[in-house]
Design a protein around this ligand. Structure first.
Ligand SMILES: [Mn+2]
Length: 305
């Protein structure tokens, strides 16, 4: 049995990719099972509800399992026990960390494209497998989510072409579907502020520095920014609890395409000012045009470090 695993703090792309690639493996005559490493977010919940599909099963450890990784390619983002798992393959669209080592040759495919969902479309296309309506819907949602409706700088011409085809198969209007998804994503009811800060969070390790970047993609940034003082206090707490050298949190305005990045401490301030060449003001820096942690925040911070 091949366990299909996306990354920690699963997002929509990770979940839909795990689900649809499982169908691909089955078409190839291999037994596969999608799993998830944590609670699904509200956007993903909305997506699965639309077509009445269950989320993948929660898995505690990947140890001693045969695992295929989607939407990540490093141990830090992978499930517990990954060091004791047999990794059979990787399908991803993130930077290469290069810490995954295997005994045997494996399938490894990483492309600079907007979503892992786009790559799964390509897998089906290359084998001449048709996507059904539900599969097309899921993949379309993965693209919309990761590319912020094809507007993030991570978006490629290929993503746009693929999204149009998927919208056709699933009989969806991209604008309408994206509005529903973004509304669900921006719904922070029933969530406390601390949960929100690590809701969409990734760990990084570069140059001996352990750091984390949380983001909140929302259509209603002010409802979060108005809690600035509380957020700053909580970020200091989270930084201690997670034993991070540096911690960053950005509120990304999906509609205006801009980001407010919180400055937790003196070291973050130095790094961020160097990274973005903008002076911090009242523990925040404002970054117009910045919407992508993967392409516009993480690499700039890593370079500054
Ligand atoms: Mn992704």
């Amino acid at each position: 049995m091949i366990y299909i695993s996306g990354h920690k703090n699963p997002d929509t792309d990770t979940i839909v990719s795990s689900l649809v690639i499982t169908d691909y493996f089955e078409k190839m005559g291999q037994k596969a099972k999608p799993v998830r490493l944590g609670k699904i977010n509200k956007e993903t919940e909305f997506v699965l509800k639309q077509i009445k599909i269950k989320s993948p099963a929660l898995v505690k450890s990947l140890a001693k399992k045969q695992v295929f990784l989607v939407d990540h390619n490093e141990f830090g983002q992978a499930g517990d026990g990954i060091e004791q798992a047999e990794i059979l393959g990787v399908l991803d669209h993130h930077k290469l960390k290069g810490d995954i080592k295997t005994e045997m040759p494996i399938y490894f495919r990483v492309e600079p494209i907007g979503s892992t969902a786009s790559l799964i479309f390509k897998l089906f296309e290359e084998k001449g497998f048709a996507l059904n309506k539900k599969q097309a819907f899921l993949l379309l949602c993965g693209i919309i989510s990761d590319t912020l409706k094809l507007t993030s700088p991570t978006t490629t011409k290929e993503d746009i072409k693929i999204a149009k085809i998927l919208a056709g198969i699933s009989k969806q209007k991209i604008n309408d579907l994206a509005s529903g998804m973004f509304k669900a994503k921006s719904d922070i009811s029933g969530m406390n502020l601390k949960e929100l800060l690590v809701y969409d969070y990734k760990d990084f390790k570069e140059k001996e520095k352990n750091f984390g970047i949380g983001v909140c993609e929302t259509t209603m940034p002010n409802s979060i920014l108005e809690n600035k003082e509380k957020i700053l206090k909580l970020l200091v707490e989270i930084k201690k609890e997670k034993k991070k050298d540096l911690l960053f949190f950005g509120v990304i305005d999906i509609l205006k395409k801009q980001c407010h990045l919180f400055i937790v401490g003196e070291e973050e301030k130095i790094v961020v000012e160097k990274a973005f060449k903008i002076k911090e003001k009242n523990n925040l820096i404002f970054l117009p045009g910045v919407v992508s942690r993967k392409k516009q925040i993480a690499p700039v911070i890593i370079k500054a470090l």
